[in-house]
Design a protein around this ligand. Structure first.
Ligand code: NAD
Length: 364
């Protein structure tokens, strides 16, 4: 298979972890006989420093021309501490999502048995959890009108949704539920918010087209509680942008660390594959970041963008095998981890590559 992949490492640990997501794609191409070509582009703080723009035109043009994008993370401490900065790294991310029409963010909460103890939740609560989140990505308060009064004493962000925006992501989520365990939970705040009442109405309409799927509606406050009380209760979860942002970070603790979770943003054109974590200033440049979320993002790309299921499984299995062998990065190590098996970013990346290569040898 011939594919053009754009790599956008971004800022901070984005640059460190993306090296390994890309290396895994190269390894898979070699082993499975695919022709993947790679290009690279800048975004976020790195792009502001170089061009004064968090999403340069050249990056956007390359993104539109590619078959899939492997992204790292954006962000820099100087903007976190300066809310008044007019040009900001996250503007690049919001703009590229809008420009590529990436309206659905898929976040699988994949729980490796070996990491049951790395979570702050009890293993017996977690075991068997397998959730697929569908978070709406191009609407909600993030994109509604923003206001600040002249006297600086009032601010507002408008929460809004169009019917078509809810319908198109609901269809994607119901399709996934149909192919999985036929259970879908739509999360909203329909007792208070008009946007949520529209959300629920549309989801109920779409649900009629999928009679085999058991549909449940849950308020966000209840969902946030149920997610840590009994995560196994959920299979496909469908939610709006703001609620999804918060719920999926909460759910990351089920998997043990932000460093373990991958995501796919899809729409009607090029898909965007990225870890759910940010640029992690606290550990950037120290070879401490866990590269597994970027490697699992590469696996998601293989499966969702290219339909290469076998290749994607090989990568996920390699990650599981490395964890089974006892290797950990610092964020997923616990008291039982042998300190000699606590690896840096590069060493963990190399372990995964080695295991993928061994899988080829076994096959031969
Ligand atoms: P973060 O995800 O960067 O970090 C949160 C915590 O998790 C930190 O303690 C960090 O060390 C740890 N962590 C994250 N990824 C890790 C990994 N791969 N391995 C080991 N530990 C990891 O979130 P934050 O601290 O809230 O934000 C830092 C910056 O990232 C901010 O500038 C923010 O705007 C940006 N950000 C960007 C994205 C994105 O690019 N999609 C997402 C979230 C935050």
């Amino acid at each position: 298979m011939k594919k053009n992949i754009l790599v956008i490492p971004g800022d901070g640990i984005g640059q460190e972890v993306t090296t390994w997501g890309k290396a895994v794609l190269e390894q898979v191409a070699t082993q499975f006989g695919h022709d993947f070509s790679f290009d690279e582009a800048i975004m976020g703080h790195t792009a502001i420093e170089a061009m004064g723009n968090p999403l340069p035109d050249d990056t956007l043009a390359k993104a539109k021309a590619s078959d899939a994008i492997l992204f790292g993370a954006i962000g820099h401490i100087k903007y976190d501490n300066d809310p008044t900065a007019k040009i900001r790294p996250e503007q690049g991310l919001l703009k590229i999502r809008k420009e590529l029409g990436l309206y659905a963010n898929l976040r699988p909460i994949l729980l490796f048995d070996e990491l049951l103890d790395a979570s702050s939740l009890k293993p017996e609560v977690l075991r068997g959890t397998d959730i697929l989140f569908f978070r709406e990505l191009t609407g909600d308060v993030y994109f509604g009108e923003k206001k600040r009064s002249e006297d600086n004493n009032f601010a507002s962000d408008l929460m809004n949704y169009h019917r078509y925006e809810v319908e198109r992501i609901a269809i994607k989520a119901f399709e996934a539920a149909q192919a999985r365990s036929k259970r879908l939970c739509s999360v909203d705040k329909a007792n208070v918010l008009e946007t949520s009442r529209l959300w629920r109405e549309v989801v109920q309409e779409v649900a009629k087209r999928y009679p085999e799927v058991e549909t449940e509606h849950m308020f966000i406050d209840n969902a946030a509680m149920q997610l840590v009380k009994n995560p196994k209760k959920f299979d496909v979860v469908l939610t709006a942008n703001l609620f999804g942002d918060i719920l999926t970070d909460e759910a990351s603790q089920i998997a043990g660390s932000m460093g373990m979770l991958a995501s796919a943003s899809i729409g009607d054109s090029t898909g965007f594959f990225e870890p759910i974590h940010g640029s992690a200033h606290d550990i950037a440049g120290q070879n401490k970041a866990n590269p597994l979320a970027s490697i699992l993002s590469a696996a998601l790309m293989l499966e969702i963008a290219f339909g290469l299921t076998e290749e994607a499984k090989t990568v996920t299995k390699a990650v599981a095998d490395v964890l089974k062998a006892g290797y950990r990065t610092a964020d997923i190590a616990d008291a039982k981890t042998d300190s000699k098996q606590v690896l840096g970013t590069k060493e963990m990346g190399k372990q995964v590559l080695q295991v993928i290569a061994q899988k080829q040898e076994i096959a031969n």
